[in-house]
Every structure is written in C-alpha cells, then in structure tokens.
Design a protein around this ligand. Structure first.
Ligand SMILES: Nc1nc2c([nH]c(=O)n2[C@@H]2O[C@H](COP(=O)(O)OP(=O)(O)OP(=O)(O)O)[C@@H](O)[C@H]2O)c(=O)[nH]1
Length: 135
C-alpha cells in the first residue's frame, strides 16, 4: 500500500473555519474537509498547501504552524495518507474563497464540525479545531 503526504489548511476567520466539499467521482466524494491536497515529490509541504489553496479556492495564503499530524489507512482505496494540518491565513490582498476546483466551499462554526460529514482521518483534528473555535 502506498502512502501519500497531504497538506491541509486550518483557516480561521471571525470564529469560523473554511471548509471545502469533495467533488463527485473522487475518493470520499461529498464529504467536507480541510482544503488542501497531495504534496508532490520534492515539494515543501507548506508550498504545496499554498499552491492547493490557490488552485482549489483561488485564495492567497500564508502558512503557519502545524495543528496536527495524522496517519490513516484507506483500505478501500488501497492507500494510506499522512495528513499535515497547518494553520493558514489569507493575506490582506487575497480574494474571497470560491469553489474553483471543489464541489462547494464555506465558513462554518463549531456546531457544523460533525465527524460524520468528514473523512475518518479528520476525527482528531476536528476536536482541536472545535476547541480553537470555542476558545
Ligand atoms: N485535503 C484534504 N484531504 C484529506 C482530508 N482528510 C483526508 O482523509 N484526506 C484525504 O487525503 C487525500 C487528498 O488527496 P487529494 O484530494 O489531492 O487527492 P484525490 O482525491 O484527487 O486522490 P487521488 O488522486 O489519489 O484519487 C484524499 O485521499 C483525501 O480523502 C482533509 O481534511 N483534507
């Protein structure tokens, strides 16, 4: 089984977190997730996250500290993911997020962070993000 490295962003603004929904036809289609994607061979994970946020949501960001690192095996897809969740913030010049290459995008409060709507690999980080939103 191969392991893919994925960089995902925890973008908080005004007590809400930015989430995107996976497109139909992809692995885990329809679920909400922290926007991001695969780190390419030789790519700096923070640079990968900036690139993915630009490609998928059209936003310009600065990537900060690690929020969580998780590992999960998706037996059905015959792949494992090493997920690097980073704090990220929009630069002052950034456009508003829009669904460029995701099904949907939006800002959500803590009550929306129901693990049933997210990939199983996100359970631990969801608890941390919920705590940050309440804090
Ligand atoms: N961006 C993101 N990906 C996540 C999260 N949680 C999680 O399990 N993943 C998994 O990490 C992988 C992200 O890769 P991707 O979005 O670039 O890849 P993909 O579906 O196009 O994969 P494929 O090209 O292998 O079919 C997917 O398997 C996705 O299900 C999350 O919160 N954010």
């Amino acid at each position: 089984m191969r392991t893919v490295i994925v960089a995902a962003g925890v973008v908080l603004e005004h007590g809400k977190v930015l989430l995107s929904r996976r497109k139909t036809g992809t692995h885990l289609e329809g679920l909400w997730e922290f926007p991001g994607g695969k780190v390419e061979a030789g790519e700096d994970p923070r640079a990968a996250l900036r690139r993915e946020l630009e490609e998928e949501l059209g936003i310009d960001t600065e990537v900060g500290e690690i929020v969580d690192v998780t590992f999960h095996r998706y037996e059905d897809a015959d792949k494992a993911v090493l997920l690097l969740f980073f704090e990220a913030s929009r630069t002052s010049a950034s456009p508003e997020p829009r669904a460029v290459d995701v099904a949907e995008v939006g800002w959500f409060g803590p009550e929306a962070l129901d693990p049933a709507s997210f990939p199983p690999a996100d359970v631990a980080v969801l608890a941390k993000v919920r705590a940050r939103l309440h804090g």
